[in-house]
Ligand binder design. Structure first.
Ligand code: SF4
Ligand code: SF4
Length: 412
């Protein structure tokens, strides 16, 4: 492509424009459309050619300085059949649906930014992603072909509240090797305490039917469970009860932004341990992840958000992760770019890829030696800054450690 451009353009012109682009990309808020206009005027290009030129330069610079992207979460829709009380989607003032064009552009983005990664992951997310089932089907078919043509493999995941699951949707998932992850917070009392519909009615009866459907099809059900402080006393019984209904995999996460008194958090730590002991004793094949795992161990600072994983919004903007996107969907917090031009916001990409700012702040607080930065979204909710560590999260890691759930993490 650059060869085509160079036919009518001097090398000096090309170098000057490239330098200008590089300079703009490290500003706080690059304007890709304006840059594209400049490229067009200065190199006397057609609109499409100018876009391709800019996209290519952005891609090459990302490849030169940052890790490849192997995971993209796609926000298929901002709408939902439910209105859970803690949902970040509730903050979204304008609700969009992702179009087939945006979904395909997101797939192209993933393939282009995947470097040497051979296994790619596309997570179908929302809102309730099944509210946009037609676009989802198109996207899965397109991704299958596009990724195979690049000599790579793709795995799809979907997180759904289960209210729209049918035999038809499950057949579609089965045909593409997709095992849906159901959002379930426990048995009826726990689940219905927050997971309500738009009229305020609990949704457990509907999700119970979804568990039954998935179990009949796959003989295996996985759930994503958010633990609210008020549900901790029922946590153990919820896990054992859901297991009886067919759930075999639990991805569990405490709602850290809620109010957690020390003694309750400590009790939650002991209940996590109790569940692990139950699993080892009575259900050894059950998979327990999330808060059960030792993720606070040393190694890389920060999480994978913006490093090798990103989220594409319904309108095609790119954020470091779905939860960060939900912090402000109108003016993205630390936006990374969009599917049209790629990861244009270099300054933000650098901050996520290196985690240097969160590390620096953890060092200032004296916690860096035994805490690898936690969750950017938790940080923001507690401190108003993605890179200022949430001491609530730190406290939680200490408690998990005291119950033997985290190796080599905070102990003082
Ligand atoms: S099901 Fe998920 S997207 Fe829908 S309201 Fe609940 S938390 Fe939000
Ligand atoms: S910022 Fe938090 S929610 Fe987002 S990927 Fe990192 S740990 Fe997960």
């Amino acid at each position: 492509m650059r060869q085509t451009i160079t036919k009518g353009t001097s090398r000096r012109q090309l170098v000057a424009v490239t330098k200008k682009i590089e300079g703009a990309l490290i500003s706080e808020s690059p304007d890709a459309a304006a840059l594209c206009r400049e490229v067009r005027n200065e190199l006397v290009l057609g609109e499409d050619e100018a876009r391709r030129f800019l996209r290519r330069i952005v891609l090459d610079l990302n490849a030169a300085y940052f890790p490849a992207i192997n995971t993209v979460d796609l926000m298929m829709t901002d709408r939902c059949t439910l209105a859970c009380t803690y949902c970040f989607e509730r903050r979204m003032t304008v609700k969009h649906e992702m179009t087939a064009e945006t979904a395909r552009a997101a797939v192209d983005f993933l393939v282009d930014y995947s470097g040497k990664a051979e296994k790619l992951y596309l997570c179908l997310f929302g809102g309730e992603p099944l509210m946009n089932f037609g676009v989802m089907q198109d996207c899965v078919a397109y991704a299958g072909k596009r990724v195979a043509a690049a000599g790579k493999k793709v795995r799809f995941d979907i997180t759904t509240n289960g209210t729209l699951l049918t035999e038809e949707t499950l057949d579609f998932f089965a045909a593409h090797g997709i095992l849906p992850l159901l959002s379930v917070d426990g048995l009826a009392e726990s689940h219905d305490s927050c997971r309500v519909d738009h009229a305020g009615n609990g949704s457990f009866a509907r999700v119970g039917r979804a568990i039954e459907l998935v179990f009949r099809k796959h003989n295996y059900v996985g759930v994503r469970m958010t633990v609210m402080p008020r549900n901790v006393p029922r946590f153990y019984d919820d896990i054992v009860g859901l297991h009886k209904l067919g759930v075999r995999s639990f991805l569990v996460g405490a709602a850290i932004g809620s109010d957690w008194p020390d003694d309750l958090m400590d009790f939650y730590g002991s209940e996590l341990r109790r569940v692990l002991e139950w699993r080892d004793r009575e259900a050894p094949k059950v998979r327990l992840t999330g808060d059960f795992e030792g993720k606070a161990s040393h190694g890389v600072f920060g999480c994978r958000a913006g490093r090798n994983a990103v989220t594409v919004s319904t309108t095609g903007e790119i954020s470091a992760c779905a939860t960060i996107l939900g912090l402000n969907s109108v003016n993205l917090v630390k936006k990374l770019g969009d599917v049209e031009f790629g990861l244009t916001h270099f300054r933000h990409r650098f901050e996520f890829a290196t985690a240097f700012r969160v590390k620096e702040n953890c060092e200032k607080c004296g916690i860096a030696a035994d805490y690898p930065g936690g969750c950017y979204a938790n940080n923001y909710e507690e401190t108003g800054d993605l890179y200022l560590p949430s001491l609530g999260r730190y406290r939680f890691e200490k408690i998990r450690c005291s119950h033997g759930l985290v190796q080599g993490a905070a102990t003082q």
